[in-house]
Design a protein around this ligand. Structure first.
Ligand SMILES: Nc1ncnc2c1ncn2[C@@H]1O[C@H](COP(=O)(O)OP(=O)(O)OP(=O)(O)O)[C@@H](O)[C@H]1O
Ligand code: SF4
Ligand SMILES: [Mg+2]
Length: 325
């Protein structure tokens, strides 16, 4: 089966007070039809920027500098606003990290849901209202009919998040981009929402691009996982392979920083240091300042090395290559 979304060499620049710099550098990956792909990485690594670049939703101070995002044969990066509007919501649904700003404060929840459906689907107002109410109920909102009449500011953070998820699903998109979809929710509702997304995916063949800090959630949900660090993909593999054999030192440390219920890992470690500022200007491996294995060869910029079937890593050491000092 061909890729539903293929991102090639995506580089995005932002304009700051101290000049322009890249927040994404050569990001490439694909998502097949029906596949669930997860992106993990620390805060500020570029996970949301990747999704926003693909959706044409960067702010005024940011722009895609090079690269392509091919979806259903169209390069999303080159589409104008009108063409993008026909893709967003209908073909690609997005659950935004910031649910409050993604909802329109001057319209009720019901209005926003039904108008979204009527803009994209051939449905009557009554049909749209019925589907919207049903979806809100499936999201675990106790009184969906009452929620339909509310404005976003009248809802709690968790309720808004569930409305946002209903908005993203209401037109049965081919791809759902979910940026931290359950962060604002308690564990019971989180499990309920993830089950719902799984059911939706199985029923419709929808693909899911899941962005999360929560490595446990990614492990439970995804077929394939991408690890992002400082604006680059630094490792990608099937979920099974990545969690069994992490190859990049960053991935290994990231996994060690997660407590395990089976007690198989004795020590919980945190990764010393932080994601560097203006990392797009760094020369050499961007993880080097925090990496215990850094050597002189790490001062060269690192390419992706294939280390197994469908497993690639941006580290010459992990790839078993001898350092050419
Ligand atoms: N509008 C913006 N203007 C300037 N820089 C931005 C803007 N949005 C994000 N950035 C920068 O881009 C980089 C990547 O940010 P991004 O929001 O993609 O991180 P993230 O991986 O989604 O983090 P988190 O897990 O906290 O959501 C960061 O250095 C951030 O400061
Ligand atoms: S290239 Fe060097 S610094 Fe970078 S992760 Fe590999 S060993 Fe560490
Ligand atoms: Mg983010």
């Amino acid at each position: 089966m061909g890729a539903l979304l293929e991102i090639r060499d995506l580089t995005t620049t932002v304009k700051g007070e101290m000049g322009s710099y890249d927040v994404l550098s050569g990001v490439s990956f694909s998502i097949e039809q029906g596949e669930t792909v997860g992106i993990v990485g620390e805060s500020g690594c570029g996970k949301s920027m990747t999704a926003l670049s693909v959706m044409g939703l960067l702010g005024k101070n940011a722009a895609v500098r090079t690269g392509q995002a091919l979806f259903d044969g169209k390069d999303l990066v080159r589409l104008d606003e009108r063409e993008l509007d026909s893709v967003r919501g209908r073909m690609i649904g997005m659950i935004y990290q910031d649910a409050l700003s993604a909802l329109n404060p001057v319209f009720t929840v019901g209005n926003q849901l039904t108008e979204t459906m009527r803009a994209h689907l051939d449905v009557s107002r009554a049909e749209a209202r019925a589907r919207a109410t049903e979806l809100l109920g499936r999201m675990g909102l106790a009184d969906p009919a009452a929620t339909m009449k509310k404005y976003p500011h009248m809802l709690s953070g968790g309720q808004r998040q569930r409305v946002m998820i209903a908005m993203a699903l209401c037109c049965s998109p081919k791809l759902l981009i979910a940026d931290e979809p359950t962060t604002a929710l308690d564990v019971t509702v989180q499990a309920q929402i993830m089950r719902l997304l799984r059911e939706e995916r199985e029923a419709s063949g929808m693909s899911l691009w899941l962005i999360s800090h929560d490595i446990g959630l990614i492990a439970q949900t995804c077929d394939r996982v991408l690890v992002m660090y400082a604006g680059q993909i630094i490792e990608q593999a099937t979920a099974e392979e990545l969690f069994a054999h992490p190859a990049h030192p960053y991935t290994e440390m990231l996994l060690r920083s997660v407590p395990r219920v089976d007690g198989a890992r004795e020590a919980l470690c945190s990764i010393a240091g932080q994601v560097p500022a203006r990392y797009g200007e760094m020369v050499g491996c961007r993880f080097a300042p925090r990496c215990p294995y850094a050597c002189q060869a790490c001062q060269r910029s690192q390419e992706m090395y294939t280390v197994g079937e469908s497993h690639a890593v941006r580290c010459h050491c992990a790839a078993g290559k001898e350092a050419a000092v």
